[in-house]
Design a protein around this ligand. Structure first.
Ligand SMILES: [Mg+2]
Length: 194
């Protein structure tokens, strides 16, 4: 018998709507770190004290350069809540495996989430986010929501015109604010719409 990841977990759930009974239909939530979780353009970012709810951390990813990052544990709680009944969480960030190693523990998220192996091109094509093609390849036809501070109109229209992509939401988060209530509401309503 071939085991399908996620099905055993789904079997334990009760009173799920029909669309949630098939784990293959559970949408992915693709998580960008810099901008949405780490609002590096916030007016307080260069100051000693982080903004309300945020704490500064000095993190040293592979490569050895130390970066100051501001994280908000409430983001972790709310992402964990979304992963309970709406999405499967996936890292879509240049932090790559360091998202699991360094960011996840500070947000109280699992440290073994899938990581999209993004590779920033030397010469991005067009005005769309450089992640778009690699994300489209990785997700296949599975529904997904993706939040990122580099999503723009060109990114959305490229995704729209990409054949065989599943239902998706490409949602821009402002890097001077980070994820806020309205963003979580948009993500939740996308999941509910499937
Ligand atoms: Mg970003």
């Amino acid at each position: 018998m071939t085991l399908v990841p996620g099905l055993a977990q789904t079997d334990r759930r009760v009173n799920l709507p029909m669309s949630r009974e098939n784990a293959a239909m559970q949408p992915l939530l693709l998580i960008d770190v810099d901008g949405p979780l780490n609002p590096f353009r916030a007016p307080w970012f260069g100051q000693r004290k982080a903004g309300p709810g945020f704490e500064f951390h000095d993190l040293t990813p592979a490569g050895g350069i130390t970066y100051r990052v501001a994280l908000n544990q409430e983001h972790g709680r709310r992402l964990a809540a979304l992963s309970c009944d709406a999405f499967d969480l996936v890292w879509a960030t240049t932090w790559l495996d360091d998202a699991n190693a360094l960011i996840a523990p500070l947000l109280g998220l699992p440290t073994d989430l899938p990581v999209i192996p993004l590779d920033r091109p030397n010469f991005p094509r067009g005005r769309r986010s450089w992640k778009a093609e690699q994300i489209a390849r990785w997700v296949g036809s599975r529904p997904f929501a993706w939040f990122d501070d580099e999503i723009n109109r060109a990114t959305r229209s490229w995704l729209e015109s990409t054949p065989n992509l599943g239902a998706h939401l490409a949602h821009r988060v402002e890097p001077h604010v980070g994820l806020v209530d309205a963003d979580f509401a948009v993500l939740r309503s996308f999941a509910d719409s499937l």
